[in-house]
Design a protein around this ligand. Sequence first.
Ligand SMILES: CC(C)(COP(=O)(O)OP(=O)(O)OC[C@H]1O[C@@H](n2cnc3c(N)ncnc32)[C@H](O)[C@@H]1OP(=O)(O)O)[C@@H](O)C(=O)NCCC(=O)NCCS
Length: 162
Amino acid sequence: MADSMIVRALQKRDNQWAFDLWAKMWHDDQVVTQGRIFKLNDLQGFVALSSSERVGLLTYHIDDGQLEIVTLDSLMEGVGIGSTLVDHALSEAKRRKCKRVWLITTNDNTEALRFYQRRGFAIHSLHRGAIEQSRQLKPSIPHVGKHGIPIRDEIELEYLLE
Ligand SMILES: CC(C)(COP(=O)(O)OP(=O)(O)OC[C@H]1O[C@@H](n2cnc3c(N)ncnc32)[C@H](O)[C@@H]1OP(=O)(O)O)[C@@H](O)C(=O)NCCC(=O)NCCS
């Protein structure tokens, strides 16, 4: 799959698909990280395609020399889609001369913690109880997440480029 996969920038024609994906994966058309609301339209992104079908989406935001991965969704897990999209984000960060790539995941997302650490990211900080504040901005954040674990904390992971 990784060989036959194409990655291109997120474009206007992806809007409906991306909105539907966010609604399914992130329960809304907006995502909150560190007390900031991101709408899909505010973000840049990469779309992974296999046989012309969209199979993954990474969205990001660059600010102050840092690239934040806002969302990453693979529609076919375990065949290299997530890794390829993260590689594109790292290349983009280098191209734009960023010093750091970072992201927030939640305490229930043990798969994401494993996935990112296996790809060279390290835990930067734990924002204990931060989801309560995020929930005030985005009430659709569920109370119980993956594996039946209560969603409470934001975990910040980083990959340093310098
Ligand atoms: C986390 C997530 C993005 C990973 O995406 P993915 O497409 O499954 O990632 P990959 O396929 O690149 O890697 C997953 C595993 O498959 C393995 N793999 C990749 N290509 C492979 C292949 N061709 N054959 C066999 N195994 C393969 C990888 O080695 C990796 O295992 P590892 O973590 O032990 O190294 C995905 O699980 C997801 O969308 N989760 C839901 C949304 C989410 O939580 N996003 C992250 C929070 S921002």
